[in-house]
Write a protein that binds this ligand. Structure first.
Ligand SMILES: Cc1ncc(COP(=O)(O)O)c(C=O)c1O
Length: 361
């Protein structure tokens, strides 16, 4: 079976060289006679992988010395709860509401204080993100929470919100490292690895050291960011194989030429796909406002739901999989994360043009 073009929203496509390396090293990791999965997390072989993953993240994401990388578990969903548990202290925090994931983040904050709506695009059915001038920020907020890319709705911020000194916390699960992030502007960034960085099972957290140091002390140790920070994310057993794969994905990013190259490639992919949607606007409808279009998750509709079902089925036969929109919104979604090549997108565009020609309502 040849490899398919995998447009899944996450877990998502991984670069083939990363999978091949993992296959080659699976049984005998670098002559140690065992898999990296079987090594102790306190042994030399694993520690070298762990530290290299952190170093590569620092280099590729341009992480300043004020910030620290943490590897955590429980998915981005656990971060929805851990952020307010550590930093809300019964106070109020500003949430920018742009869809399903921001809603879940906000709901968890209610257990620890008051999430305040500082912006919402719900009345536009989340077809855009708010503009800077629409943010109604509270200068006394514990933090501002933003979801930089809305995986389900297909929207993305193309600016870093200016919070006028209030710590900015970002869920970057679905667009981390689509280009070089401006980490210094964020007090804390979290991203589940399973879209741009590796497999599910590990969450990358990048946090300002002084911000996490001021977190709540009277909570269980395992839920405190400082516990991970003080132990180089080795307080307890980390998800070693997931971190190994993240290290390999980062090595692949570096071999491509780094985030500048990824950004150029991602912009080219988005240009191809949105270009096709706009060129065939009599058939395909892209609901997202142009300025908010996601470079990672491209959502669109066909003239009818039966045609959308047919589209997904025929695409799979053509080796293009994972195109069904999220169950809550329907339609089509093509997730074009870092591991998707411009050629994969060209194949999809070719298929879309032919489908539109053959299947008029
Ligand atoms: C933006 C965003 N935040 C959070 C999540 C939840 O991640 P997890 O399933 O790792 O908890 C997702 C999952 O797709 C997501 O896209």
């Amino acid at each position: 079976m040849p490899r398919v073009a995998n447009f899944n929203p996450g877990p998502a496509a991984l670069p083939l060289p990363v999978l091949e390396k993992a296959r080659d090293e699976l049984i005998d990791y670098q002559g140690t006679g065992m898999s990296i999965m079987e090594h102790s997390h306190r042994g030399k072989a694993y520690e070298a992988v762990h530290d290299e993953a952190i170093a590569l993240l620092g280099e590729l994401a341009g992480i300043p010395s004020t910030h620290q990388v943490l590897f955590m578990q429980g998915g981005a969903s656990t971060q929805f709860a851990l952020v307010p548990m550590n930093f809300l202290h019964g106070k109020s925090a500003d949430y920018l509401h742009t869809g399903s994931w921001s809603k879940l983040a906000m709901d968890e904050a209610r257990h620890f204080g008051t999430p305040r709506l500082a912006a919402s695009t719900e009345k536009d059915r989340f077809t855009r993100v708010p503009r800077q001038e629409e943010l109604d920020l509270d200068a006394g907020a514990a933090y501002v929470h933003v979801t930089t890319n809305n995986t389900i709705e297909g929207t993305q911020y193309h600016y870093d919100p200016d919070t006028r000194g209030v710590p900015l916390v970002a869920d970057m699960s679905s667009d981390f490292l689509w280009k070089k992030p401006d980490v210094a502007r964020y007090a804390l960034v979290y991203a589940g690895a399973q879209k741009n960085l590796g497999p599910s099972g590990v969450v990358i957290v990048i946090a300002r050291k002084d911000f996490i140091a001021a977190g709540k002390k009277e909570i269980p140790k395992i839920f405190k960011y400082t516990t991970y920070a003080e132990a180089n994310s080795l307080y307890n057993t980390p998800p070693t194989f997931a971190i190994y794969l993240v290290r390999n994905v980062l090595g692949w990013v570096k071999s491509l030429g780094g985030p500048a190259q990824l950004e150029a490639q991602n912009r080219e992919k988005a240009r191809l796909l949105y270009g096709a949607l706009d060129a065939h606007a009599d058939y395909y409808r892209a609901p997202v406002e142009k300025a908010s279009r996601s470079t990672m998750n491209v959502v669109f509709r066909l003239p009818s739901e039966p045609l959308e079902e047919q589209f997904v089925k025929d695409a799979a036969v053509a080796g293009l999989v994972g195109l069904k929109g999220h169950r809550s919104v329907g339609g089509i979604r093509a997730s074009i994360y870092n591991a998707i090549s411009p050629d994969d997108v060209r194949k999809l565009v070719g298929f879309m043009e032919e489908f539109a020609r053959k299947n008029r309502p």
